[in-house]
Design a protein around this ligand. Structure first.
Ligand code: C2E
Ligand code: CA
Ligand code: CA
Ligand code: CA
Length: 280
């Protein structure tokens, strides 16, 4: 930002210093939090629209900091990525989600098997040994590989498309499923679909929740048609009203996730809900 006239050097430099010191603190605290059990997973239901039952859950990480209170993932995931703590955090998340899924599946004897969707950060995919982590987690949990879904965001592929494609192929070879997250928000979304082996597209909530835009329903329809023509399923994110959902049903969308159906909840609550197989 522009330097102001005259004697206020402190106000010119202080913002950057505070941000840097704050994220250093956050990094040290995050390392301790991972050891100390302050990090937990919550689960948000994903509903199958054809029969209004729960198809699976997305695992979302939560950090309850003793002094700061709850720190949003949008703040600490970038810190984890910069510091390399994302490896530990990512393994924790995969491990815990697969373990919870195994418990839920064991209690459910009928109907299609539940899945769990786990977010994978770009650094995890590009810099670390994600394949071996997935392999180990599948073996330890005993869940059917296809019921473990990894959610990938578009931004990662920009960094190294060849390597990302290779990694994603290997994950598919292990039998796990792949979802392209936040579809429609990146720069080269269509080229991703050409290069990478996704099973599912998750449509970003900016195309799902009615915001009065006349382009929105046209884009939504096109994304769903595109996914189906490519043999992929669609999860619509961020449905908040009944009319959002009616529109999705009319467009032939398979799954929906959003506050209308349930906020992220504890694994115990997710378990109970899964047993009833009903929407909240
Ligand atoms: P995301 O993967 O797009 O996750 C969906 C986010 O939308 C979640 O926010 C969820 O609580 C929120 N959401 C769900 N339904 C609705 C709705 O109807 N309306 C609105 N306004 N929001 C809704 P959350 O939990 O704060 O997570 C934010 C982001 O942090 C996630 O976006 C994901 O990119 C990242 N994240 C969360 N957990 C993990 C994790 O375990 N690993 C990694 N690498 N990233 C994670
Ligand atoms: Ca996600
Ligand atoms: Ca998303
Ligand atoms: Ca997101």
């Amino acid at each position: 930002h522009a330097k102001r006239q005259g004697g206020d050097r402190t106000s010119l430099y202080r913002p950057g210093e505070i941000v840097r010191r704050d994220s250093d603190d956050l990094q040290a605290d995050l390392a301790a939090a991972l050891e100390g059990g302050e990090i937990e997973l919550v689960y948000q239901p994903i509903i199958r629209l054809s029969d209004n039952t729960i198809a699976g859950f997305e695992a979302l990480v939560r950090w309850e900091h003793p002094r700061r209170g709850s720190v949003p993932p949008s703040e600490f995931i970038p810190v984890a990525e910069e510091s390399g703590l994302i490896v530990q955090l990512g393994l924790f998340t995969l491990e815990r989600a697969a373990r919870d899924l195994a418990l839920w599946q064991a209690a459910l004897r009928e109907g299609p098997p539940l899945f769990v969707s786990v977010n994978v950060s770009s650094q995890q995919l590009l810099r670390y040994d994600l394949i071996n982590d997935v392999k180990a987690v599948l073996a330890r949990s005993g869940v059917a590989p296809e019921t473990l879904k990894l959610e990938i965001t578009e931004s990662l592929v920009m960094q190294n498309p060849e390597f990302a494609a290779k990694m994603l192929e290997e994950i598919r070879n292990l039998g796990a499923s792949l979802a392209l997250d936040d579809f429609g928000t990146g720069y080269s979304a269509l080229s991703y679909l050409q290069r990478f082996p996704f099973d599912t597209i998750k449509v970003d909530r900016s195309f799902v929740a009615n915001n009065g835009s006349t382009a929105r329903p046209v884009i939504l329809r096109s994304i769903i048609t595109l996914a189906h023509d490519l043999g992929m399923d669609v999860v619509a994110e961020g449905a908040e009203t009944e009319s959002d959902t009616l529109e999705l049903i009319q467009l032939g969308c398979e799954y929906v996730q959003g506050y209308l159906y349930g906020r992220p909840m504890s694994s115990q609550m997710a378990h109970q809900m899964a047993r009833r197989r009903q929407q909240p």
